[in-house]
Ligand binder design. Structure first.
Ligand code: NAD
Ligand code: 0WE
Length: 258
């Protein structure tokens, strides 16, 4: 049975009730995990209020701001974990960002700063958070990140995010190799397209979703809760022999020739 009671889980990347991280947080809670939630703060505190209201039913015992571009916020996040929990068991990395300008048009026109931003937020943040989590995962642990097929194939307009996801998937392997001796497992879920805040801002996402509904073996897309179930599995002892892997949760789309 999938059981996460007694496990402390830090979940990043919840922006609203469509976020993949929200689907994951719900399933971890259902499995009995003790949750810590981070949010991306804004000046007016709107995000804090919104996310706090959303996650309240999951009774998080930790709720902290964490902009991954801010070293101090990362430091305080893991200080809070050390202080209040003593140890960490589960880290969910579920965030990405690229400038909207860099998610359409010619990839060769990606600016130096756009490339830097996309890889800093979407790729380096996994390395950074894993490094901070390592000393706190004293009883082993599980780190799960979210990737997309555009990191393996050239998908129209995904552009610099595809490069970021390729780097993310390779980071999963290097982190798994380093952290394995401490019984910390590191895996990624490659999710099919889902309508979220991030994806809805992308032109043509509905056409992509319709294409998946026609081509994928299951003839549909996946839900945030299905991704959440796979994440709960990867965080539990049911997956104790699995590390360094990319698990496709995409209704089978990846296997198809077209
Ligand atoms: P989302 O907009 O709900 O989540 C993205 C999150 O990233 C937000 O919570 C946002 O606050 C956070 N974020 C952005 N910049 C940040 C920063 N500097 N510091 C901290 N947090 C920051 O969208 P989503 O679709 O749920 O995306 C979550 C993850 O899933 C991403 O890694 C995305 O690439 C991946 N993914 C999404 C899809 C999809 O179709 N939606 C498919 C496969 C993978
Ligand atoms: O990883 C993602 C979304 C990533 C993303 C989306 C945005 C839109 C708003 C990162 N940064 C931003 N920045 C913004 O300003 N997905 C897997 C969803 C997605 O994004 C695409 C897709 C799919 C699918 C972009 C182009 C083509 C397909």
């Amino acid at each position: 049975m999938l059981n996460l009671t007694g496990k402390n889980a830090l979940v990043t990347g919840i922006a609203n009730n469509r976020s993949i991280a929200w689907g994951i947080a719900q399933q971890l809670h259902k499995a009995g995990a003790n949750l810590g939630i981070t949010y991306l703060p804004d000046e007016r505190g709107k995000m804090e209020k919104k996310v706090a209201e959303l996650v309240e039913p999951l009774n998080p015992s930790l709720f902290v701001p964490c902009n991954v571009q801010d070293e101090d916020q990362i430091k305080s996040t893991f200080e809070a974990i050390r202080h209040q929990w003593g140890k960490l068991d589960i880290l969910i990395h579920c965030l990405a960002f690229a400038s909207k300008d860099d998610l359409s048009g010619d990839f060769s026109q990606t600016s130096r700063s756009g490339f830097k931003t996309a890889l800093e937020i979407s790729t380096y943040s996994l390395v950074q958070l894993s490094g901070a989590a390592k000393p706190l995962m004293t009883e082993g642990g599980s780190i799960v990140t979210l990737t997309y097929l555009g990191g393996v194939r050239a998908i129209p307009n995904y552009n610099v995010m595809g490069v970021a996801k390729a780097g993310l998937e390779m980071s999963v392997r290097y982190l798994a190799a380093e952290l394995g001796p401490q019984n910390i497992r590191v895996n990624a879920i490659s999710a099919g397209p889902i309508r979220t805040l991030a994806s809805s801002a992308v032109g043509g996402i509905l056409d992509m979703i319709h294409h998946v509904e026609e081509v994928a073996p299951l003839r549909r897309t996946v839900t945030q809760l299905e991704v959440g179930n796979a994440a709960a599995f990867l965080c539990s002892d049911l997956s104790s022999g699995i590390t360094g892997q990319i698990l496709y949760v995409d209704a089978g789309y990846e296997i198809m020739g077209m």
